[in-house]
Design a protein around this ligand. Sequence first.
Ligand code: SF4
Length: 708
Amino acid sequence: MRDETIPTHCPYCALQCGMNLRGVPRPDTADGTAVEVVERPDFPVNRGALCGKGRTSTSLLSSRVRLTGPLIRSHATGRLEPATWEEALRTIADGLRRTRDVHGADAVGVFGGGGLTNEKAYTLGKFARVVLGTSQIDYNGRFCMSSAAAAHNKAFGLDRGLPFPLEDIPRTGCVILVGSNIAETMPPALRYLTELKENGGKLIVVDPRRTRTAEQADLHLAPRPGTDLALALGLLHEVVAEGRTDEDFIAARTSGWAEARAAAMAHWPELVERITGVGVPQLREAVRLFCDAPSAMVLTARGPEQHSKGTDTVSAWINLCLATGRAGRPLSGYGCLTGQGNGQGGREHGQKADQLPGYRKLDDPAARAHVAGVWGVPPESLPGPGRSAYELLDALGGDVKSLLLMGSNPVVSAPRAAHIEGRLKSLDFLAVADVVLSETAALADVVLPVTQWAEETGTTTNLEGRVLLRRKALDAPEGVRSDLEVLSALAALLGHEKGFPADPEEVFQELRRASAGGPADYSGITYRRIAEEDGVFWPCPELDAEDEPAAHPGTPRLFLDRFATPDGLARFVAVGHRPAAEEPDADYPVLLTTGRVVAQYQSGAQTRRIDELNAAAPGPFVELHPQLAERLGVAEGEPLAVVSRRGRAVGPARITTGIRPDTVFMPFHWPGEGRVNTVTNPALDPTSRMPEFKVCAVRLEPERVSGG
Ligand code: SF4
């Protein structure tokens, strides 16, 4: 592609920044060329801005650390040894078939990822249910936004991360940003908040740490980790007490207010101050800023969501929006800032345990009939809902004997990770498709090297619900195949020679049909339209012919006329505060919370292999307040072990006044002794099955380096 410039999107987070790829001469590559990232200022979401991850994203394409040939574990040496594609695919097909024949279809598990394109997520779900016949499929997106998705569905009857485009944010009057450090997780989006303030709008940030995002706020509320639910209830109590509810909106557009109101009234401000540590004056100031603004939004991210009460917590924030008339109106509403690159699309098309394409429910007879019709199988042949991600991983080596894993690295990213690593090791058979030899791939019996984002075409759906097209810009190295080619070949080896095309556009055409009439309706979207329109917002139903749909404009803004519930009304959900699954005690007196840093992405499988990013963020650390550091007698940079009931993680102390004295923070991108997910708590939300990544009880042990 030496003389071409190809518009595409970043491979990492849910902002899906637009970028151009341009061919450049590079003598050390096979064809003498490589690609570099060039600004794409015309794409509206990021207007040319990229963070360091996006700017360096082509580094891994030509990296020597990527996999370029299949590997099979040798019985003789116990090591992964080079193999041919035919040997590797046949070994996987035989391994999965053997498990199914001996132990039944549900003994075969499938684990996907929120970074997989829509086409891959769709095909993986179809492969699990049609070829393997297993119900045991879920994906790492469960660890991302499932609590917000569950709360969205309860309140609005539909789950789309943001019900409005990002461009609306600077024009609203006030934003409450809960548990999102945009400045580090998606830096180009920070400008929406900067512009909000330039326009006179107010920014309230809720975060136990004074992050770079919190530094931008007009008001920073720093609740104790695990108490966002009480905070939201306290704000709603204050809204009622101050007479700031919007009674006309409540009467015309909602149901269930009486119960939700009664629940909130049990959370008076002084009680909430005791639970959260946020003072009553700050609560009142937040309500004043939020209610004085002519329009307002609440945006949440993993901070309030990754809890054993994450769904209820998001419901409480939605209740605040509904009670004040800040939903279903222009420039107002609740939204979730989805994290993973295709976290939105990945949860819509069938790799989630309970879902069929189009965000249909697997236990809905009409949905089963529709999708089975598209797939050409009897509806009764489709298995029912399976286990959630952590429960599936926890079942490995038990009744789930074999696993096919794509686009995920649970050895680093799952809670209670040492236990999950053990479960993976106890499998009869593990096959992993990945770009690099991740910590999880290193445990596999067979490893397949797959193409990267710039070497294949496919769609993703960003946090706004905007369906985007990533275009192939260059050929993959010899020896590498796409995930779709892998699934197509495995399906054929397992007796399904038809129905699993490797061509992404062919898959997308089928996805359109499968999603037609569903909540996430893509049937009016085509590759051509996406390319011409800077993406198309779903729902976008097809109005006319198969090949050239009459253009439905797509739906950038949801719920302005009615919510997606049967009666069109938004539903209040009555919720009450409850403690975290694990509270501090004498043995584990400190709270641990986890998160990300700007130069690394998720489990770090890709970004830890990029020199520039490693130089910026070389390893984990333990962030703690000076008072806590003094009590422990630990100095800046000294190794500090964070110990929970599940294990320990070690990192150098990073001392800052920007964190509560009762809390420590560790980022989760690294394996080994710095793997904080060894420590985290897998307690699950009863609705979303989200693990409690964001809070657990720990003790701190300075690791003295012995002298002399
Ligand atoms: Fe990529 Fe996200 Fe950075 Fe944009 S903000 S460049 S999508 S990692």
